[in-house]
Design a protein around this ligand. Structure first.
Ligand SMILES: *[C@@H]1O[C@H](CO)[C@@H](O)[C@H](O)[C@H]1NC(C)=O
Ligand SMILES: *[C@@H]1O[C@H](CO)[C@@H](O)[C@H](O)[C@H]1NC(C)=O
Length: 435
């Protein structure tokens, strides 16, 4: 990341009330062009349809900027820089899978460090009907050679690997890792003269705990706004995790749901491969189901991402270290209407992990679950099993996290909030400081 100390967006004359301004399209495209360094150039002859498409894509790129905030990114070390260079590499297997058809989905798999789980997930993906049409983006939180090797071995579709370059796992002795002089646990900053703000429960930040929300937010911003491969993509991106077993019918079912959503459930924001209750297998009804957004195999388009991105401040300021609870308690409720997601009556993906995401790499508490035997597939899970003429059953009242929940904490440090907000800005403003 280059060091820029030029003009900032900050304007001291700006009235306090005008905290949020709509950055006009012109500015965005100007910045994009100056960032893009020639990558943009469209073919000279563009059809009317392509022009309309561009119009629509451009409209979806309008972003909300807070003029009083200057994004700041940590100074990168050698490992972080080398990973950032790998992020710029084109997808692998492009020769074997040269074209991604219209109507294909991009799939983003986000992972940390559970190789046994990842092997199972990759194995399940290899059996998914249609997977060769997809671009699989694997987003890594931290660098772990075994995880890297597994992903390099994927041969069944185009694969693009990205590494979160500001993962706390890449910063052994500075923020976003632990810096000397940082407060820990319930330290009192004034007495101990340490650095950091505690969360609402009096606890100071822990890099292992904050890394998950940072990764998710960095990844979202990157796959929608920071990648050549998705720049003009107007379809749906499907998100899965390293402990989600994917059924053979998942891809075709997801495509069906995406096609049916505008007609069958105009109020739905997304589609899901599994119920929002992670343990549920589905009702087995002859209908589709619209319910609150779940966190297993969710897919949405750029329009929805823009709505989420516009709530960056709420996302980043909420004292809750889980990204999904943050979404349920602050972001979705702020949309003004229930955020439904459309799914089939049987799951096409299943959560199998028993170990927490950030267990397993800690030698003192090795998590030994290997996920084996967790998932049994019936014949009906191997073929598309959603019917276009089914009605949609809407589940309106559901338990779980919602507006009013105060958060589990873990996200009180001002530096984490600022880094999070910086991720939301880094692809949209020119002058990002390197701290
Ligand atoms: C693109 O948008 C502009 C402004 O909204 C409009 O005038 C123009 O007709 C649109 N072009 C196409 C090809 O839809
Ligand atoms: C994206 O999805 C939303 C919610 O389903 C829908 O309202 C919108 O029209 C879609 N946008 C595009 C460009 O398809």
């Amino acid at each position: 990341m280059a060091l820029h100390h030029g003009a900032r967006l900050r304007s001291r004359a700006a009235p306090l009330l005008a905290v949020v301004v709509l950055a006009v399209l012109a500015l965005v495209s100007l910045l994009r062009a100056s960032h893009g360094g020639g990558r943009l150039a469209p073919p000279a002859a563009v059809s009317a349809a392509a022009a309309r498409n561009r119009n629509r894509t451009a409209a979806q790129r309008k972003i909300l900027l807070d003029p009083s905030f200057t994004p700041r990114l940590p100074r990168q070390g050698a490992l972080s820089l080398s990973l950032a260079r790998r992020n710029a590499l084109p997808p692998r297997n492009a020769a074997r899978f040269p074209s991604l058809p219209d109507g294909h989905l991009k799939i983003v798999l986000y992972v940390h460090n559970r190789p046994r789980y990842l092997r199972l997930v990759v194995d399940s993906l290899s059996r998914v009907d249609g997977i060769g049409e997809a671009l699989l983006v694997v987003s890594h939180d931290g660098y772990f050679p075994e995880m890297d090797e597994i992903v390099k071995g994927i041969a069944f579709c185009q694969v693009k690997q990205i590494f979160a370059p500001y993962s706390p796992h890449l910063f052994p002795d500075s923020f976003p890792g632990v810096a000397p002089g940082d407060c820990r646990d319930k330290d009192r900053a004034a007495e101990k003269r340490c650095r950091g703000e505690p969360d609402q429960y009096g606890n100071h930040r822990s890099p292992r705990i904050v890394s998950l929300k940072h990764h998710w937010w960095w990844m979202m911003n990157t796959v929608w706004d920071g990648m050549e491969e998705t720049r003009d993509f107007d379809g749906h991106i499907l998100f899965i995790e390293e402990d989600h077993y994917i059924f053979p019918n998942a891809y075709r079912n997801a495509q069906l749901l995406v096609d049916l959503k505008p007609k069958k459930c105009p109020q739905c924001y997304a589609v899901n491969l599994a119920p929002s209750d992670v343990k549920a297998k589905g009702e087995g009804w002859e209908s589709m189901v619209a319910e609150k957004m779940g966190n297993i195999g969710y897919a949405f388009n750029r329009t929805v991402w823009r709505k989420i991105h516009a709530k960056a401040k709420q996302f980043c300021d909420f004292d809750e270290y889980n990204w999904d609870i943050t979404m349920w308690a602050t972001v979705y409720p702020s949309f003004g209407a229930p955020v439904y997601s459309l799914r089939g009556p049987r799951r096409s993906a299943a959560h199998f992990g028993k170990c927490g995401l950030h267990q397993g790499q800690d030698s003192s508490s090795v998590c030994v679950d290997n996920g084996a035997g967790a998932i049994e597939l019936d014949a009906i899970d191997k073929v598309p099993n959603i019917k276009a003429d089914w009605p949609v059953h809407i589940i309106r009242k559901q338990p779980g996290y919602q507006a009013g929940f105060k958060g589990w904490g873990g996200w009180g440090d001002r530096r984490d909030r600022e880094l999070c907000l910086s991720f939301a800005y880094m692809y949209h403003v020119k002058d990002t400081l390197s701290a």
